[in-house]
Write a protein that binds this ligand. Structure first.
Ligand SMILES: Cc1cc2nc3c(=O)[nH]c(=O)nc-3n(C[C@H](O)[C@H](O)[C@H](O)COP(=O)(O)O)c2cc1C
Length: 222
């Protein structure tokens, strides 16, 4: 595989927000997880653990999550960012507007933007959801290692023709997720990845986010 091949794969991946109901074969999911676990981790600790739903279990989780979201009670294990200042605010706004424009949510239409946000808790109709957790004792470095795993999962899935979306929104309800999936209290729920076969023609999948140029990212020394 060349860098161009890998670059092409990375460019094809995007966060998919509309799915067909068809399940992904168990062997394919296992291969994606095995490939993602090639991600580097400090001391090769491999701190990631996944609870993965399929079929009726995904539908039951979706229903329970939606009920939880309607009840409220935002309490993530990992604190959400306090704010997105400066350029991060701009990027956040830009990708938000791209989504709203694609699905036809007008500026200032709070009811419609809230409806779109609630689609997170339908898991965008994906047939599978993986809940990612890391040992609390490993702290931010455990979460850092898991971030690499999440990216590896999304890329490996893309290579298998499987669409993905990492979702911090699902991690909003820490106590609920611990109870629902029997996740021990000494692990932090970091995020979810909803996945399956995408619906390319759905408006929610009709835009692509941009990236800052290399010159804005790197401070070259020599
Ligand atoms: C850790 C993490 C959490 C995310 N949480 C959400 C989420 O809750 N809801 C959502 O719609 N997108 C979520 N995303 C997707 C990002 O919005 C998306 O990756 C970003 O806008 C770049 O677009 P792309 O993935 O299509 O390239 C998340 C991505 C990451 C890496």
């Amino acid at each position: 595989m060349t860098l161009d091949d890998l670059d092409a794969l990375m460019a094809q991946r995007f966060s998919c927000r509309a799915y067909r109901p068809d399940p992904v074969p168990r062997e394919t999911i296992e291969q994606i997880v095995a490939a993602a676990s090639r991600a580097p981790s400090w001391c090769n600790a491999q701190p990631w653990h996944l609870s993965v739903t399929s079929g009726a279990q995904t539908d039951a989780f979706r229903a329970a999550l939606r009920e939880q979201a309607q009840a409220g009670g935002h309490d993530p294990d990992l604190p959400f960012p306090d704010s997105y200042p400066g350029v991060y605010r701009e990027r956040r706004r830009t990708c938000g507007w791209q989504l709203y424009e694609a699905v036809g949510v007008g500026k200032g239409d709070r009811a419609a933007s809230s409806r779109q946000m609630m689609r997170n808790f339908d898991l965008f109709d994906a047939p599978h959801c993986a809940i990612i957790s890391s040992p609390a004792e490993l702290g931010p470095y455990g979460a850092l290692d898991c971030g690499g795993f999440v990216t590896g999962f999304c890329l490996a899935a893309r290579a298998a023709g499987v669409a993905t979306i990492p979702q911090a929104a699902v991690a909003s309800f820490g106590p609920f997720l611990h109870e629902y999936f029997d996740i021990p209290q000494d692990r932090l729920v970091l995020c979810a990845i909803s996945f399956g076969y995408g619906v390319p023609e759905d408006p929610a999948n009709g835009f692509r986010t941009g990236r800052a140029p290399v010159a804005d990212i790197v401070d070259w020394r020599g």
